[in-house]
Design a protein around this ligand. Structure first.
Ligand SMILES: [Zn+2]
Length: 617
């Protein structure tokens, strides 16, 4: 069905066309999953849209759905309530990235702790019945659901609501339970049993990555942490087996160079990793059927040159695995590695809340760039994949957004390019940039009418001394538009963005604001379109590395080294399409980097008319 949908094209006459073809098609690997947080009440509609119009359409076939405290259960409603409270407290506690450089709260003695996975349940929770419906909907759309029921590590939802099971009860926010406390398992298994009853999964993912608070409480202190880790896994695996359910888990603690014992005192943070040496052997003997998610695929120990040492170690130890946190853009040697280690497949993660902005920024492009490796045996250079993903994104965005407005491409006749000739103040070559290879004049880029001149508009940012450029430039408009597309670039690199999921409660602030377009209406109201580095603009020479979901990535010429030159179309939807726009004031904003925003063109798009929908007979 998704093949049929992909083949449909819209003709100029408004009709749908399907070519006459014979299709022989089957997947390369069996597991083509994603990793998601369970949505909150406000994310349910987006979750469904994403399942139907993204996962199914692009031939993913399942999800690992991290539950955390995001579902209110009959057996333990206090866990969901406690999770909501924990999220509220973490919000009040403040952004840790700026203070200590870590996204999670620190433990006693500035001890490093796991990430909290902010955003599970939308920062609160959904009801049990909502989960039943989401699972039904996902299955109906060809998606298997593997619940991730985290245990041992990353269990803020259990240990904050039930401090009596915490390994470090004195922690402000405890992140692990004590494996020597029988109460830990009573609680965990009651939660697990209810979730298994609701979801009826074939397997459960039990987490177990990044265990940090281990062997610390009076009961565990004298025990071997490798044995503690292994026995916890075995106990849970056996419990699930007794319910007819298989076990998956993260594989990092079975790879010697990944999470081996380590202690270090950073400037702000004390890192302490308990040893899990030997754990793999106990687990392997007691639960040979366990499947690992190997997310070490991109890590290399010092001095190692081959990318697959982690794969080889797991394979040698006799584990079956799929790749976790997979990203086709950065994965090296897929063809050989997937065969050599008889890999089950891969999952592309998101690690953010289930809503369009975050999923778009953190996940969509990587997922699109990965699926061909998982489905097809036809291989292409990465450059080609990126270019294809770039040209697909505006259409994907329209679908993910879920509005009723037709995409820009369908409104060719309604596009106007605004002349910047009078205000352009910079050459295509400047102190730090060289865009002389930019394609100028008028052209269509994936349906968008572009007009680029031989000069650009650069504005100074208040913290930069460069008086050469004005701090603001005004562009007269004098008419109505539904959408404005600012064709933009940057004179250099902006601040590296912080992770829009785990690192912040303010995902829309995760990228540096380098400039603003103030849209000034005739009636005096001013609205702003933001220019955010690594969200809707990148450096002038980023090229294909500037693959961004929240912009139209337009390949428009060649960089000095001959590689593709990319500029970014910042699409601003006007909520007031019937009110004339007097002018646009383009200005630089205060920040930390030297990057100045650069405007190359503006395309205005009229409000859609009924005749756009109903073609003349
Ligand atoms: Zn303990």
């Amino acid at each position: 069905m998704s093949a049929l949908v992909q083949l449909l094209t819209l003709g100029a006459d408004g009709g749908l066309y399907l070519p006459g073809v014979t299709i022989r098609d089957w997947p390369y690997v069996a597991i083509r999953y994603v990793h998601l947080y369970v949505p909150g009440p406000a994310g349910i509609a987006f979750f469904k849209r994403y399942v139907r119009d993204f996962l199914l359409r692009y031939r993913f076939n399942g999800m690992i759905l991290e539950i955390g405290g995001g579902v209110r259960l009959k057996s333990h409603p206090e866990i969901a309530a406690g999770w909501k409270r924990t999220e509220m407290e973490l919000y009040a506690y403040g952004e840790q990235v700026q203070k200590v450089g870590e996204s999670g709260p620190l433990g006693p003695g500035r001890r490093f702790q796991d990430t909290t996975h902010r955003g599970i349940g939308g920062g609160g929770y959904i009801e049990r019945e909502d989960l039943v419906e989401l699972v039904r909907f996902a299955r109906e759309h060809g998606q298997e659901v593997v619940p991730e029921i985290q245990s041992l590590s990353h269990v803020y939802h259990l240990a904050c609501a039930h401090r009596e099971i915490a390994e470090l009860p004195d922690a402000l926010f405890p992140d692990a339970y004590c494996p020597s406390n029988p109460k830990s398992y009573k609680l965990l298994f009651e939660v697990m049993d209810e979730l298994v009853e609701i979801i009826r999964p074939a397997v459960v993912h039990i987490g177990h990555d990044e265990w940090r608070a281990g062997g610390l409480c009076p009961k565990c202190r004298k025990k071997d942490t490798g044995v503690l880790f292994a026995d916890d896994v075995i106990r849970i695996c056996r419990h699930l087996k007794s319910r007819g359910v298989g076990t998956w888990m993260w594989g990092d603690h079975f790879i010697s160079y990944h999470n081996e014992k380590r202690r270090s005192y950073g400037r702000m943070v004390w890192f302490d990793y308990p040893s899990t040496e030997g754990a793999w052997k106990r687990v392997r003997e007691a639960c040979p059927e366990i499947v690992l998610l190997n997310w070490t695929w991109g890590f290399q120990p010092k001095g190692e040159t081959t990318p697959d040492v982690g794969d080889a170690e797991l394979f040698r130890k006799g584990f079956r695995f799929l790749y976790g946190n997979f990203n086709g853009l950065s994965f090296e040697g897929w063809e050989e590695r997937s065969k050599r280690y008889d890999v089950l497949g891969a999952e592309v993660s998101s690690w953010c809340g289930m809503e369009e902005f975050e999923i778009g920024k953190m996940h969509i492009a990587a997922a699109l760039a990965s699926i061909d490796l998982l489905w097809s045996t036809r291989r292409e250079p990465k450059e080609k994949t990126i270019r294809r993903v770039m040209s697909m994104l505006s259409e994907v965005r329209e679908r993910m957004r879920g509005t009723h407005e037709p995409p820009v491409e369908r409104k060719r006749r309604r596009q106007t390019t605004i002349d910047l000739g009078g205000v352009a103040n910079a050459g295509l070559r400047g102190e730090t940039w060289d865009l002389r290879g930019l394609k100028t004049g008028r052209f269509l880029a994936d349906g968008l009418a572009c007009r680029l001149g031989r000069r650009a508009v650069v504005v100074r940012r208040p913290h930069l001394g460069k008086k050469k450029f004005p701090s603001a430039v005004e562009i007269a408009v004098g008419r109505r538009f539904q959408t404005l597309v600012f064709l933009q670039s940057c004179t250099g690199e902006g601040r590296r963005p912080i992770h829009a999921g785990d690192d912040t409660f303010f995902p829309r602030e995760s990228s540096e604001l380098v400039g603003v377009y103030d849209v000034v209406f005739e009636d005096g109201l001013v609205l702003a379109a933001e220019v955010r580095y690594d969200e809707n603009v990148s450096a002038w020479n980023a090229g294909l590395k500037g693959l961004l979901y929240h912009a139209r990535c337009i390949v428009a010429g060649k960089l000095p080294d001959g590689s593709p030159l990319v500029i970014w179309g910042n699409e601003w939807r006007n909520p007031r399409p019937d009110e004339p726009i007097r002018l646009i004031r383009f200005r630089g904003t205060k920040g930390t980097s030297e990057a100045m925003p650069m405007l190359l063109g503006i395309t205005g798009i009229d409000k859609v008319r009924l005749s756009d929908y109903r073609a003349k007979k």
